[in-house]
Design a protein around this ligand. Structure first.
Ligand code: NAI
Length: 481
């Protein structure tokens, strides 16, 4: 247990941010948290100064020095040119694990799910959040989904290690590998491989759609859930909502070097400045931070005082229910009630005991070596912006490049439309020509092919090489192929 003061970086954020941060820090101070606080400015005022990602060098320097960041919500300007500060911080600092505990506090906070205690471990850096998007034709935009083996391994191992360290029994993997056979297939394959090292933990798999429905209907069946970035974003909001209040949701962002702790909710502009916001999400986030820096004694003290306050029915407006709550309070009064209860424990809700901890959070082994497979170029998909019917495009392109290639098929938005397409299939202006190599293929063959297509006045918008790995296709077939 760390008895030294720990330096941390704090940002009070926008909207209700300063109100809930002041309340949180007052409670931590009253509980005896050993912190040296460095405050930095991020968010709205920094965006207004023309900084496109809302964070300046002084803030980066502080976070890099303390490696622990307690952050209130910040306003993200909409409109082109501005970058989400949250995504920037997560990706720049390699905060690959987003841990979101969602617990119900029945019967003190109204919920249909009395025994819900789910932790969602969401991959934080990859997937559609790579932010790589293109408008390729008049009518079609593309967003690129990237899933990597090391990225999947890190988050999946984190989920298993988290389960072990927190005495949890089951890890559920949620994916959509019936549709995204390669990307989500890889994530699930890595889950199975890493899972073999954790025979003490029950493992299960859900397709994300039915999995989400199941979380909404029977959240008590889940323990730890590990999933990709977008699915995790959605299911953690669903899970937080059904605990009774999004105001209670927590988000811890963990990397090998740094960690950031925050509430799940936003700046709540509709109630900013009114002194009625619930500081609980940020406070619960700060408890995860205390455990991360090895101040488990203070974490237990603060958590139990908070549980006792909730149990005593002292509730902010977002969780206040006639008949269940005893007193409706604002932020400052709620904060005072928690401080008054430091040293007390809940009587009905489970007492929290974080035991002894060491600073720095979970320590994970390095990513395993992966034996490179034999990679061979076997063809290419060439994308066109074109308007017309499939037969005409087939006639125009089947002879092109025929020294080196066979035109195997043409698809439109993923559906095969040539040869032998269905008349009913709708065709937009986004076409894919799949050329397979006749013999050993060189990159220069693709360039020749593209030259010939351009010479026919065809608008080539993208080229995707087709590879095999140890003889296995590294690309999917078209629908209907
Ligand atoms: P929001 O979470 O701020 O508000 C949604 C609803 O929940 C509002 O009715 C609000 O009053 C209520 N609410 C949220 N937190 C509460 C609390 N602690 N106590 C009581 N009621 C609470 O979501 P919204 O309106 O979509 O976003 C507002 C701004 O926040 C946007 O600029 C968005 O970009 C930003 N945002 C920032 C996040 C962050 O910094 N981590 C996360 C989510 C949104």
């Amino acid at each position: 247990m760390s008895k030294e003061n720990t330096p941390i970086t704090v940002a009070k954020g926008d909207g209700i941010g300063p109100e809930i941060m002041d309340a949180t820090l007052a409670i931590l101070k009253a509980a005896g948290a050993r912190l040296d606080i460095e405050e930095v400015e991020i968010g709205e005022k920094v965006y207004e100064r023309g900084v496109k990602n809302g964070i300046e060098k002084a803030a980066w320097d502080s976070i890099r020095k303390t490696r622990v960041f307690l952050k209130a919500p910040i306003f993200t300007p909409s409109g082109k040119g501005f970058k989400s500060l949250n995504v920037t911080v997560r990706k720049t600092l390699g905060l690959y694990a987003n841990v979101r505990p969602c617990t119900s506090f029945h019967p003190f906070i109204e919920t249909n799910h009395a025994n819900m205690d789910v932790v969602i471990v969401r991959e934080n850096e990859e997937d559609l959040y790579a932010g790589i998007e293109y408008r390729q034709t008049q009518t079609v935009c593309e967003a690129m989904k990237l899933i990597s083996r090391p990225g999947s391994e890190k988050i999946i191992r984190y989920a298993f290690e988290y389960a072990r360290a927190n005495n949890r029994k089951k890890v559920t993997c949620m994916i959509k590998d019936n549709i995204m056979k390669m990307a989500d297939g890889l994530f699930y394959q890595v889950f199975q491989e890493i899972g073999e090292e954790y025979p003490d933990i029950e493992q299960e798999r859900y397709i994300i759609d039915i999995g989400t429905a199941r979380i909404a209907a029977k959240p008590e069946e889940f323990d730890v859930i590990v999933t990709e970035n977008l699915y995790g974003d959605i299911i953690s909001d669903v899970a937080a909502e059904i605990t009774g209040s999004v105001g209670l949701g927590i988000s811890a962002n963990i990397g090998a070097e740094c960690a950031m702790f925050e509430a799940m909710h936003g700046t709540a502009p509709d109630i900013a400045g009114e002194g009625i916001a619930n500081p609980s999400g940020l406070l619960l986030g700060s408890i995860m931070m205390l455990v991360h820096i090895g101040q488990n004694d203070i974490a237990s003290k603060v958590h139990n005082a908070w549980l006792k306050t909730i149990e005593d029915g002292i509730h902010t407006g977002d969780i206040y229910r006639e008949g269940v709550s005893k007193k409706r309070v604002g932020t400052a009064e709620f904060c005072a009630a928690v401080i008054e209860r430091i040293g007390k424990k809940p009587e009905t809700l489970t007492v929290q005991d974080y035991g002894d901890g060491k600073a720095g959070g979970l320590t994970l082994p390095p990513v395993r070596d992966f034996k490179a497979q034999k990679k061979e170029l076997v063809g290419c998909d060439i994308y066109l912006d074109w308007t017309g019917n499939p037969e005409k495009l087939g006639d125009m392109t089947k002879k092109i490049g025929s020294n080196n290639f066979n035109l195997e098929m043409i698809s439109n938005r993923g559906m095969k439309v040539w040869p032998d397409g269905a008349e009913e299939t709708f065709c937009g202006d986004h076409w894919r020509l799949r050329y397979m190599a006749k013999t050993k293929m060189l990159h220069s063959h693709i360039l020749d092919l593209v030259d010939q297509l351009i010479a026919q006045d065809l608008d080539v918008i993208k080229i995707e090489n087709l590879y095999t790995f140890d003889g296995e296709n590294g690309f999917t077939q078209a629908q209907g192929q």
